[in-house]
Design a protein around this ligand. Structure first.
Ligand code: CMP
Length: 139
């Protein structure tokens, strides 16, 4: 495995229903563009419950799964494939901590999120997650 960062790495971000409803799509996508990243593909959709369950299937045994699926399928989402230098890790740093009250100011969640389930945005946590989640989202 190379230690060199990949300048063309891809990752998936999904703006969650709460952040779409609060009007933050442009602000969030703009942050990636300003950072020099490219939006390769974009789609907006209201997820069915089944599709939300498939998307978050790694969490199916967790106690918060039902609430997560209900929230994620409860309104319009906007998903995008974002490409740039070391994209998976770079985007996760820009997104900030999962618990939005712990997210640093200047991160997307630190500036725009209001909770844990409603933490504004999902971003893939590995290349493998990107492959699986982007197939689930764009299928
Ligand atoms: P996300 O990055 O989309 O990945 C899984 C989501 O589960 C997470 O953001 C949160 O919105 C949600 N979630 C709800 N409760 C928890 C919890 N206790 N720990 C982690 N994630 C949680």
């Amino acid at each position: 495995m190379s230690s060199q960062p990949d300048p063309n790495e891809k990752t998936l971000i999904v703006v969650k229903p709460g952040a779409v409803a609060r009007g933050f799509v442009g602000e969030i996508l703009g942050r990636f563009e300003k950072r020099g990243m490219k939006i390769l593909q974009i789609k907006s959709q209201t997820m069915t419950k089944a599709k939300a369950e498939e998307f978050y299937s790694v969490h199916k045994e967790r106690p918060f799964f039902g609430e997560l699926v209900a929230s994620f399928s409860g309104g319009m989402t906007v998903g995008a494939i974002v490409q740039g230098m070391d994209a998976v890790a770079t985007v996760r740093r820009m997104v900030g901590a999962t618990k939005s009250w712990e997210a640093s100011p200047g991160t997307i969640r630190g500036d725009l999120a209001i909770g844990l389930t409603d933490n504004a945005i999902h971003a893939s946590d590995s290349k493998e997650s990107f492959e699986r989640e982007s197939k689930a989202y764009f299928s």
